[in-house]
Design a protein around this ligand. Structure first.
Ligand SMILES: N/C(=N\O)NCCC[NH3+]
Ligand SMILES: [Mn+2]
Ligand SMILES: [Mn+2]
Length: 314
């Protein structure tokens, strides 16, 4: 199969400037070159162009609801087309509100998809529970059927109908969960592995349980939504909400290796790389090349090396 790269330079799901430059930073770190080593075609579809809507008053305490809703409606169509054309789609963010459009567009093609959310945060606040109002902390709440009786009608989101069941979602890397989110995780019985669970179980067991939970009954397409802040800030400093005690490089790569090995990865989001938040150019470069590494690993790059069938030994 082939790989489609989609840039989503968008930042209005949160208040910091700069995350809209994430796609360029990840490309500048050599994404396309890195993926050209693989034996399948890579199509870079460039960046989407998002309109900022003039009149876009807050909804409750939620800023830019119509702009965020419209951006995700556009992204949904682009992801749906890419998946529909047979590509494995890599969506480069931009802030994590983009997962609303990315997952919804994927579900248009693959209604039975399952979602693996790798993140320090649960991003499952509703507009009523969110302390900040920022939509990048509410993405999952817009996707879940189980939360619809708790969700108000947010202007700009009338196009989306929630489709995901709580049992089709697993979190990995949680370490900064709001009280309102914790209530939802527990009430809905969502499967999650916090950083404490990773410490106790080890990443190998976490992946075994995650993939069994999602795939044992039925193999189906995987949507991997990877927030770069799942990694420890020492590895990914250029991001908007860093939280100490994150994934090691090896844990993050093991997660993506295991997902690759299912052969079921269909869409991967890589979000929250903010090149304006690195203290030094090296910090920005480290964060951006880490994003390239996890994408390459999710698409089949191995640490042990690889070869085509029986090459002639030179
Ligand atoms: N990086 C973030 N989400 O993944 N920030 C928003 C959530 C903070 N509770
Ligand atoms: Mn996130
Ligand atoms: Mn996060």
């Amino acid at each position: 199969h082939s790989v489609a790269i989609l840039g989503a330079p968008f930042s209005k799901g949160q208040k910091r400037r700069g995350v809209e430059h994430g796609p360029k930073a990840i490309r500048d770190a050599g994404l396309v070159e890195r993926l050209s080593n693989f034996d399948y075609p890579v199509h870079d579809f460039g960046d989407l162009t998002f309109k900022h809507l003039e009149k876009d008053e807050h909804f409750m305490r939620v800023p830019f609801p119509r702009t965020v809703g419209r951006a995700n409606q556009l992204l949904s169509g682009a992801v749906s087309s890419a998946v529909g054309a047979g590509h494995t789609c890599i969506m480069l963010g931009g802030d994590h509100s983009l997962a609303i459009g990315s997952v919804e567009g994927h579900a248009q093609q693959c209604p039975d998809l399952c979602l693996i959310w790798v993140d320090a945060h649960a991003d499952i606040n509703t507009p009523l529970t969110s302390p900040s109002g920022n939509l990048h902390g509410q993405s999952v709440a817009f996707l879940l059927k189980d939360l619809q009786n708790k969700m108000p009608e947010v202007p700009g989101f009338s196009w989306i109908k929630p489709f995901l069941s709580a049992r089709d979602l697993v979190y990995i890397g949680l370490r900064d969960v709001d009280p309102g989110e914790h209530i939802i995780l527990k009430t809905l019985g969502i499967q999650y592995f916090s950083m404490r669970d990773i410490d106790r179980m080890g990443i190998q067991r976490v992946m075994e349980v995650t993939l069994d939970h999602l795939l044992a009954r039925k193999q189906r397409p995987i949507h991997l939504s990877f927030d770069i802040d799942a990694f420890d800030p020492s590895l990914a400093p250029a991001t908007g909400t860093p939280v100490n005690g994150g994934l090691t490089y090896r844990e993050g790569i093991y997660v993506t290796e295991e997902i690759h090995n299912t052969g079921l990865l269909s869409v991967m989001d890589v979000v929250e790389v903010n090149p304006t938040l690195g203290a030094t150019p090296e910090a920005v470069e480290a964060t951006s090349s880490l994003a390239v590494d996890v994408i390459a690993s999710a698409l089949g790059q191995t640490r042990e090396g690889a070869h085509v069938a029986f090459p002639k030994i030179p």
